[in-house]
Design a protein around this ligand. Structure first.
Ligand code: ASP
Length: 356
């Protein structure tokens, strides 16, 4: 690739409003919550149910025993992936439009600056562990579909049926309620949905519809940082649709000198905004994890305002930094903005801020 002379690059950056101007602008966004700091080691998850607490309990055992953040986040993610009653992650996740469960996951190890991910993986209950295989046993970052399953089988995983009876019944209910207002549509259809459906809720949106994912982020006693994001993706998605969770920089990002961030919610917006990378960058610029998560919400809202749309996609961001501070922000206003965290003082639910 031809290199751009430095002076020309700076001029183009200024024309685009990058650099100090952009940084200054986001820095003015006020934070609503004082950032907590609990020291290290520390592990958190975006899940706030009993399984989330159990996941942190097992991850904490690793951290308390001097283990790595990488092992801790994988263990925590596996606990949530294996819960058959969780319809948004791993085994028991809601299927795609054809009734097939396709899983996305990513893992990132700050200590070695390495990452791995799988997308549209079928038949394997713990996709985050397969993502770790991609990271540690191949020279690639992302492997998808049958290729990801083949890799898992090569390493001894068994292909299993991931569709639980509960998820199958939910899928059948959705299919019975199908209308022409599905995920396929012309541009007007997408614009209408972003504006809120023009008053009446379309029939398919009245049917059971689910977002859901989990992030597990940790900093270990040595100060090394790792993260996992794992999901069954949007329910009833178009087959082979890939969300933000396996996209490094979108659903997950880790920088060992700064911290880690993860996203849940409508993946399309997280991909377009590179939200997790943005949050880590903001922390590098001096923002606390709480402030940086709020910055990401404001940044996405601002992008839509700039094109004349009052669209507030449902998202939740979680982050931690090297010092053991953490934060969470969500949109729209009033949505769940909690995370569960485990530190030396015990396990607690932390409530961040919802905006938009
Ligand atoms: N972010 C996930 C995706 O878009 C879904 C979710 O978090 O609800 O696939």
């Amino acid at each position: 690739m031809k290199k751009m002379p430095r002076r020309r690059f700076l001029r183009s950056a200024a024309a685009l409003g990058l650099g100090a101007t952009a940084a200054g602008r986001w820095a003015q966004v006020p934070t609503r919550t004082p950032p907590p700091g609990r020291g290290i080691p520390l592990v958190l998850t975006s899940h706030t149910n009993d399984t989330g607490r159990e996941a942190l309990g097992q991850a904490w055992e690793i951290l308390a025993g001097g283990g790595t953040a990488l092992d801790a986040v994988e263990r925590g993610a596996n606990v949530i992936e294996l819960d058959p009653d969780d319809t948004s992650v791993g085994y028991g996740g809601l299927p795609n439009a054809e009734g097939v469960v396709q899983l996305d996951a990513s893992i990132m190890d700050g200590r070695t600056y390495s990452a791995g991910a799988v997308a549209a993986l079928e038949g394997i209950k713990t996709p985050s562990s397969v993502a770790r295989l991609v990271m540690e046993r191949t020279d690639h970052v992302l492997i998808v579909g049958p290729g990801a399953q083949r890799l898992a089988v090569d390493f001894g995983y068994r292909v299993e049926n991931l569709l639980t009876e509960r998820a199958r019944q939910a899928w059948l209910r959705w299919r019975e309620n199908l209308s022409e207002l599905d995920d396929w549509g012309p541009p007007e259809h997408l614009a209408r949905r972003r504006r809120g459906g023009g008053g009446e809720v379309p029939p398919h949106e009245r049917a059971e519809f689910h977002y859901g994912t989990t992030n597990v982020l940790a900093v270990d006693a040595k100060g090394d940082i790792a993260g996992v994001t794992t999901t069954s993706g949007l329910s009833w998605k178009i087959p082979y649709r890939v969300g933000d969770s396996p996209i490094i920089g979108a659903g997950l990002y880790v920088d060992n000198s700064v911290g880690a961030a993860g996203a849940t919610g409508r993946g399309e917006d997280v991909i377009k905004s590179c939200a997790s990378y943005f949050i880590v960058l903001r922390m590098k610029e001096g923002r606390t994890p709480q402030q940086a998560c709020e910055d990401a919400v404001e940044m996405i809202l601002d992008r839509y305002r700039a094109v004349g749309l009052d669209f507030v996609p449902p998202e939740k961001f979680v982050a931690l930094n090297k010092a053991g501070q953490y934060g969470c922000a969500s949109m729209p206003s009033g949505s769940d903005c909690r995370l569960t965290v485990r530190h030396q003082g015990g396990t607690e639910t932390y409530e961040g801020v919802s905006l938009g």
